[in-house]
Design a binder for this molecule. Structure first.
Ligand code: OMP
Length: 249
């Protein structure tokens, strides 16, 4: 029900609408699916907007840590390019939120010590060299921070980079889980959807890696938020798309 969505999520959806981060129209996705909505996280590009999304990522990480104390991480890895400001600002928010909630100026806790790192797209062969920038990943518990998961291709590349650096993947967090089914072999080959129900890209990543994939907002959250904002026409088109491409899990 729309009532179940927390106010901070509805506020974030309203902000994404106002700043045209969430837009409606006809969009061809990386997976070749044609979607009636698109989320452009590259447009979290003012102080106000990057503050809103980074605090939402931090809040989602802290809530999951509180619910599952075995979920512990040392580094946020933001794949280039779009993951870079997300990793840096979310690390900043973890420290800021922890500082705010600490009473009497105690020493900064474990969330203030979380590092961030990102890859270069081009390997540098002088200066400090290498493929990676920021906190080293070797021997560290790493969470990937990225923008949107549709079919999971971008996330798989990031998982490989962490393994190559000797890090241990312990989780993934994205701003938006579109909750779409995995494409069939035929769809990947450009022959379109086979109409069969299937599990989600996130479900597949969870099964393959055994780590949690957290999302600040899911498609379901966005639909609920739009309902509570009275955007019935957009809700109708998103629900139609969800009937075709929505995942079974
Ligand atoms: P997958 O690699 O298929 O999971 O798609 C994820 C990527 O698609 C993101 O990193 C974006 O580059 C892009 N994308 C969006 O940014 N927003 C959307 O609403 C949908 C997509 C997309 O093409 O699926």
């Amino acid at each position: 029900t729309p009532e179940a969505l927390p106010a901070w999520k509805t506020d974030l959806i309203a902000l994404a609408l106002r700043s045209q981060i969430l837009t409606f129209g006809t969009f061809t996705l990386k997976s070749h699916r044609v979607s009636p909505y698109f989320v452009n996280c590259g447009l979290f590009c003012t102080g106000e907007l990057i503050e809103a999304i980074s605090s939402a990522y931090a809040r989602t990480l802290l809530e999951h840590s509180a619910a599952d104390p075995s979920f512990q991480f040392d580094v946020l890895f933001g794949p280039a390019y779009k993951g870079i400001p997300l990793a840096a600002t979310t690390a900043l928010q973890l420290a800021a939120i922890e500082k705010q909630s600490a009473t009497g100026g105690g020493s900064p806790g474990r969330f203030a010590q979380v590092g961030y790192a990102f890859n270069r797209k081009e390997v540098k062969d002088h200066g400090e060299g290498g493929l990676m920038v920021g906190r080293g990943l070797a021997g560290q518990r790493v969470v990937i921070i990225d923008d949107v998961i549709t079919a999971g291709t971008a996330i798989r590349e990031a998982i490989e980079m962490i393994r190559a650096q000797g890090g241990t993947l312990v989780g993934v967090i994205v701003a938006i889980d579109r909750q779409e089914k995995m494409p069939s072999a035929a769809e990947k080959a450009g022959r379109g959807d086979d109409g069969q129900p299937r599990g989600s890209a996130i479900g597949e990543v969870v099964r393959e890696t055994g780590v949690p994939v957290l999302a600040v907002l899911t498609l379901g959250n966005i639909v609920d938020g739009l309902k509570s904002l009275g955007r019935d026409e957009e809700v109708g088109r998103m629900e139609e798309y969800r009937r075709q491409y929505g995942a079974t899990d």
